[in-house]
Every structure is written in C-alpha cells, then in structure tokens.
Design a protein around this ligand. Structure first.
Ligand code: ADP
Ligand code: MG
Length: 599
C-alpha cells in the first residue's frame, strides 16, 4: 500500500498521482486528506506556499464530487487569474481518470461569454477569482446555490487584495449546509474573522515550519549606494550564470524600467505588472515557465502565488513597504525541497528594515559584498570553459571542418584554448575591468558589531575554492552538509558557502585550515578528485588584481599552477548527478546574440 493509498484515496486518484510522480504526501496533505475524506467538516489549514495545498484540498474534493451529476458542487476561490489557471490545470491533472468531471476557470480579463458557455455545459468544480465570480452571479450566469464544498485558497492574499466584500457576497449565495475549507499561509486577524463568521467550529491544522521552505532559503543583503542599484543587480546576475529568478520592484513603473534596461543590456528579462494586458502577461509567464526568461521583473501583486519551481534566486531590487510582503517574495524560491537564495539590495538608510525582517522570519541575513568586476570575469570564465566541455557536438559542423582546420592551421592546443576563451571573455573583461567597487565603503555597523561571529566576518577566516558545484548536484545546503560530514566540523564552522555551476567557495576560521587542506589531499568522491585550495579573494569570486604585493603575486602563481593541474586531470568529467541542468544547450540557443556564450 502506498502512502497515498493509506490516506484513503481511490484508484482513479492514485493512478493520477502515479502519473504526476508524487511519491509521498506532504505534511499538509497527510493531515488534511484523511479528515476531509472521512467527515463533512469545516477546515482551517495554515501552511506556507509550496507545501502542496492544492492537492490537499483537490484530492478529497475530486473524490467527493458526484461526476454523474452536472450540478456545480465545488467552488474554489483564489486571489489571482494566474493562480486560478494554475489550480484549474492541477485539478484537471488530478481528475484525468475520473470520467465526466469538469473543472472550469472563471477569471477577469477574458471573455465572459466563453466562460458562461463552459459553465453551461456543466462544471462540477468551478475555480474563480472573487471579482469575476461576483460579476457572473450578478448576471445570473452561474448557480452556486447547490454547492457542497467551498474552498478559500490563499485566504490571506485574497483579503490583502481587498476581496472581503466580494467574498462575503459570494458566500451569501451559497447554501448554509456546505463544508468550507480555508487554506492560508498566515492567519492575520482578517482571516480569523472570516473563519469565525462563515465557518462552523472549523478543525484547525498547522503545518510546522519544517516544510515551509523557510530553512531552505538563505537570506543575503548587499549594501550599495542608491545610484548603484541597477549596476548591482547586473553584477548579481553575472556572478550567477545559471540564474533563474524573480526580481521584485516596488512600483509598476520601476518594474517596467528595470526590465527594459535589462533587455537592452542583453539579458533574458521580462516585466510582469498590472499595466500589461492579459495577453502580454500570459506571454511573459509562458516564456518564464519555459525558462526563456531568466529574470522576471515583477510587482508583488502580479507575482502573487506564481507557482514555478526551480527559481534559484529572488532578488529584492527594492525592499517592500510591508515586512509581510518580504516573506511572500522569498517564498518564491526554495520550493519543492530545493534550496534558494533571497537577495536584497539595500542602501544604508534601509538597513533597519533588514533587522525588522530578521525578527519576523526568525532567520539572520548574511551581509554579502557585490562581486568585483574581476571576480565576475573569473566566474564567467570557468562557466564558459565548463560550457565548452559539456556542449553537445553538432554533427552539422563536420562538413566545414576541413575548411576550419585550414583557417586555424598552425595554432597549437594551448593557443587555441586561449583564443576560444578570449573571444567571449574579452567582452566581459572590457566592460568590467573599468568598473568600480559598488559596495558602500563606510564599514557597515552591523558587520563591525558582529565581527568574528562567523558569517558576517572575514577577519581571521579563510576562503576556499572547491572544484565541485551545481553540476555535481550540490546546492549550498548539501555542499555544507558534505563538508560538515567529511571534515567533522560543526554547522557554524562553515560559512559563506557559495555554489557556482562547476565550482564553489566556502569559509572557515583559520584554525581549520590545515586540517581542511590535508583532508582534501588526494581526496576522491566516486573515483573523482575533489580539490580544495585557499582562494585569494576573501569576498567571493577569486583572486584580486588589486593585490600588488609580492605575496599576492606568489599566491596567484600557485593558484594558476594548481588550476592547470585540474584542467589536465581532475576536473568534472561525467561526475554530474543532475540531469537537465539549466545550462543546457537548448536554452542557450534562445539567448540573445549579445550574451551568447556566457550563460
Ligand atoms: P501551495 O499551494 O501550498 O503553494 P502547490 O499546491 O502549488 O503548493 O504545490 C507546489 C508544488 O509541489 C507543485 O508543483 C506540486 O505539483 C508539487 N507537489 C504537491 N504535492 C506533492 C507531493 N506530494 N509530492 C511531490 N510534489 C508535490
Ligand atoms: Mg496554492
């Protein structure tokens, strides 16, 4: 018996679940599905985004609906059009083996006649946004007087968006004898009020923070001058070549402006905000889902509830006014068991907000530095080398090879590599070698205060380079675990773990240095050498050109030597545990000319 079977689900659903590839129920599913199947109850379920709430109400709802009757029996209210479509889509997948079951989406900005036609054909389940629903009730197009189940999804968001009156109106058109299931990430006073007013002794379940995605997100802030926000954003993107992110701005205008600038600068970016037509929004969302857009610049309202897994970074271009909003933003990453990073670009005057957020999320931010131009060049260089190594050969080039050999005649292997890499590298180098350090120069008070406390200090700590990264299946959490276990260190002994695609960086206090370098002498994982060496750059990417002293010079020579050793033998080869990596060539091809080769 599978774990889903044990919850009491029937074979039609179990088959669909197998097709979906769900193996174990999430906590909210485990807690709500059995009680919803067994009894007619009202339920209040509190769980963060990404915990599988849709299936938690969707599975029992589908099982309880009579698909032989065409009467509308279940109504799901959700705050936005995007969510409405997402839920409808999920419900259709869940009910694919239930004959005759129809789920219809009702939302604003699309033809009301078409939606009315679909309802008329018979929809046992209706998924609706409150505004359009109220409209359709008013016009007598839809009858919800016989529903048995009403689900309020993302109730806190609906109330945040001012749907209280609409919800009240809609509920007044539903029968008294029905079950109401309310799902919400948080329980503000307004949600409690709805529960009190419209529900009868609801059963309450709360899913603990474990599944909330909270501990899978690392929070970082970057202190810059107000004028450098945009340049800082660009650097963060360039320092993370595989980035797939949502960039949050405060206003529609800024959202549009930042997206336009990014596109102009050759990034795969798109804007999502309320001034766009539905059609434009659909186009952007589709492109984002297909990862043709790597940086989705969005307002909070427009991005609400977007369910795209795999988002690697949330970037707060500006902090939101409400602290609560920050949680919603950062919850877009670290979903479905993956880890994620939430970055905040702040100016000095906003620092106190960081502190307020830390209190709210009960997690500390890591004060990070915007990478220098040289650090970015280095990251991009390794990324490019790795991309060359893993690019699938296109047999079509064979016809041209003799001619190409003629052109390249006389170049030896080393020269050829230097030239290939320089083709792309020089452009980056030319841009970045002339740029300044973007980090706010005055020492940050917080950093000073926390000097020596681990994450916030580079005094007395050593930064290391290790030749494994995302490509080997690591993210910052799993790499930290790996290092912790291998080195028998505590969780706080390792900090600033920064995973790039084929390599990573981390810090420890200097006291661990000898042990670490010794452990990683001739160290193999699955037959492959894993190298660790001291990185000259205390802040991130690597060596700094600014180092003029003789020590600096010697160190960089040592580094160059050990790197070339790596190139000869030990560098990642078939060590990839992660398939379908984001750097795959298919997405590379779609990228704009200007940046082709870097991502
Ligand atoms: P929420 O509504 O709580 O934000 P969703 O219902 O949108 O979360 O689910 C988030 C993601 O997790 C979706 O992609 C969904 O398909 C997936 N998911 C849900 N339940 C499971 C499960 N039991 N096993 C694996 N993936 C799941
Ligand atoms: Mg949801």
């Amino acid at each position: 018996m599978t774990k889903f079977e044990a919850l009491g689900l029937n074979s039609a659903l179990l088959n669909a679940i197998t097709d979906l590839g769900f193996e174990t129920p999430s906590e909210v599913q485990e807690k709500s599905i059995p009680i919803l199947l067994e009894d007619e109850i009202d339920l209040v379920a509190l769980a963060q985004t990404g915990t599988g709430k849709t299936a938690a109400f969707g599975f029992p709802l589908i099982q309880k609906i009579d698909s032989n009757s065409r009467t509308t029996q279940g109504l799901i209210l959700s705050p936005t059009r995007e969510l409405c479509l997402q839920i409808t889509n999920e419900m259709q997948l869940y009910s694919k083996y239930v004959k005759g079951l129809n789920t219809v989406a009702i939302y604003g900005g699309a033809s009301i006649t078409e939606q009315a036609r679909q309802i008329k054909r018979g929809a046992q389940i209706v998924v609706a946004t409150p505004g359009r629903m109220k409209d359709m009730i008013g016009r007598g197009i839809i009858d919800i007087s016989k529903i048995d189940y009403c689900i309020l999804d993302e109730a806190d968001e609906m109330l945040n968006m001012g749907f209280y009156e609409d919800i009240k109106d809609i509920l007044s058109n539903t029968p008294k004898e029905k079950s109401t299931w309310l799902f919400s990430a948080t329980m503000p006073r307004e949600v409690a009020a709805i529960a009190k007013k419209f529900m009868h002794h609801p059963t309450e379940i709360t899913v603990g923070a474990k599944n909330s995605g909270v501990d899978t997100v690392q929070h970082e802030y970057y202190l810059v001058g107000g004028r450098d926000r945009y340049s800082a954003l660009k650097r963060l993107a360039d320092a993370n070549p595989g980035i797939f992110s949502v960039v949050f701005c405060r206003t529609k205008r800024d959202t549009q402006k930042v997206a336009e600038k990014l596109i102009e600068d050759g990034y795969n970016a798109g804007a999502l905000h309320g001034d766009l037509s539905q059609n434009q929004r659909d186009l952007v969302m589709n492109a984002f889902r297909k990862k043709q857009i790597q940086m989705l610049v969005a307002t909070d309202v427009a991005a609400r509830g977007i369910d795209v897994d795999d988002i690697t970074h949330v970037i707060n271009y500006q902090l939101p006014d409400e602290i609560e909003t920050y949680t919603h933003r950062s919850g877009r990453t670290g979903r479905a068991g993956k880890s994620g990073i939430s970055m905040v670009i702040v100016t000095r005057s906003e620092l106190r907000k960081i502190h307020a957020i830390e209190k709210k999320i009960k997690q500390k931010f890591i004060a990070k530095k915007i990478p220098t131009g040289i650090e970015i060049c280095e990251i991009q260089l390794y990324h490019l080398a790795n991309k060359i190594r893993t690019t699938e050969i296109n047999e079509e080039v064979n016809n041209y090879l003799p001619a190409i050999h003629d052109v390249l005649d006389g170049l030896d292997r080393d020269e050829l590599i230097q030239k290939i890499v320089s083709v792309e590298f020089t452009r980056f180098y030319n841009y970045y070698s002339k740029t300044k350090d973007l980090n706010s120069t005055e020492p940050d008070r917080r950093e000073r205060n926390r000097g020596g406390s681990g994450d916030f200090s580079s005094n007395g700590s050593v930064r290391y380079f290790i030749n494994v990264g995302e490509r080997d299946g690591y993210d910052w959490m799993s790499l930290k675990d790996f290092l912790k276990d291998t080195l028998h260190l505590g969780k706080d002994d390792l900090f600033r773990v920064d995973v790039k695609d084929s390599f990573s960086f981390f810090n420890t206090e200097v006291t661990h240095k000898d042990q670490i370098l010794e452990t990683f002498t001739d160290f193999k994982v699955k037959g492959r050498f894993v190298n660790v060496e001291v990185s000259n750059s205390p802040e991130g990417g690597g060596r700094r050109r600014r180092d003029k002293g003789s020590k600096g010079k010697r160190d960089s020579r040592d580094r160059d030597r050990s790197r070339s050793k790596r190139r000869e033998g030990n560098f990642s080869k078939g060590g990839s545990r992660r398939s379908g990596s984001k750097q795959g060539s298919s997405s590379g091809n779609r990228r704009s000319k200007k940046r082709d080769g870097f991502y």
